[in-house]
Unconditional design. Structure first.
Length: 283
């Protein structure tokens, strides 16, 4: 695996590969890698001759500065995992390399409705930061295939919209990969390492509340179902930002279900200081 810190060096190397007709797959991450990330690398290496992974903890997408300061960093372990995973290139830029013009966001991405709900509503500015960094990374890597995790359901929609909005000179195919879970059902997340032992035991309630919605879903009014799911979180000490049922295709919030449209349940909740998110397709 080759490690690049400078865009110019990455560009040169990737240009050479493109000239040789190699397809490039790209997996952007914020590091503290786990098997969920590695499953994206594996998907990429199956369909591309070159797989690029980036590790960059992006300051502009943290609406809470403390969350940024406490974001786990495990570079040596990450490099070891990537070496053994089929990753060809690790791009690990500095903040200055990514934001030579400073951290102000000069561009505004018109994300419309998507930015007004769920993560957009509870983390103001978060998706603008995501768009800025993904835009920069896509311009640097210009991949054929981009790999994203369903774990961040709304982010997948935002990035799909971003790719339409920015019209890069190359067509990028977006591949959305399933969420990898721990044996008890907790979605793998870099933030899980911040959970204390007792919190880790309770954390599975987020998966249980989503499973409860899936298992009890019926046509008609959904408010009791959501309330009962929220009670599972509350009983386990979670402070809920939201637990909602939405259209799987457009994330429009659904109060009454017609028994037909495809639904997804989405949740975000805090266990003390740690904010976890998860989602589940329902039908
Ligand atoms: P992050 O480092 O958390 O920004 O995540 C980088 C990429 O990995 C994103 O596309 C995430 O959706 C994806 N990802 C995170 N957790 C998981 C998981 N448990 N299973 C599959 N993909 C994941």
């Amino acid at each position: 695996m080759i490690l690049f810190k400078k865009t110019e060096d990455l560009h040169k190397w990737l240009d050479d590969q493109r000239k040789k007709g190699k397809k490039i797959g790209f997996v952007p991450t914020m590091g503290a890698l786990h098997e969920g990330h590695l499953s994206l690398i594996e998907s990429s290496s199956k369909s591309n001759q070159v797989t690029v992974c980036s590790i960059f903890v992006n300051p502009t997408q943290f609406n809470d500065p403390k969350d940024y300061e406490r974001y786990p960093v495990t570079i040596e372990k990450d490099i070891e995992l990537l070496e053994n995973s089929g990753c060809d290139v690790l791009f690990m830029p500095s903040v200055v390399e990514m934001y030579p013009e400073g951290l102000g966001l000069p561009l505004h991405y018109d994300l419309g409705y998507l930015e007004t709900i769920l993560e957009g509503k509870f983390r103001p500015g978060h998706f603008q930061g995501v768009c800025v960094v993904v835009h920069k990374l896509l311009e640097k890597v210009l991949p054929d295939n981009l790999y994203l995790g369903q774990k961040d359901y709304q982010q997948c929609m935002v990035i799909t919209k971003l790719v339409d909005l920015i019209g890069l000179k190359k067509k990028i195919i977006i591949n959305i990969c399933p969420t990898l879970r721990e044996p008890d059902g907790l979605a793998m997340s870099s933030r899980n390492v911040r959970l204390k032992e007792d919190e880790r035991k309770k954390a599975v309630a987020i998966f249980q509340s989503l499973s409860f919605i899936r298992d009890n879903l019926e046509k008609g009014d959904l408010s009791d179902l959501k309330q009962n799911a929220n009670n599972i979180l509350a009983k386990n000490g979670f402070r809920t930002d939201y637990i909602e049922i939405a259209g799987a295709n457009n994330l429009s919030l659904v109060k009454e279900w017609d028994g037909k449209i495809k639904l997804v349940a989405v949740a975000a909740a805090f266990l003390n200081e740690v904010r976890l998110i998860d989602n589940m397709l329902l039908n």
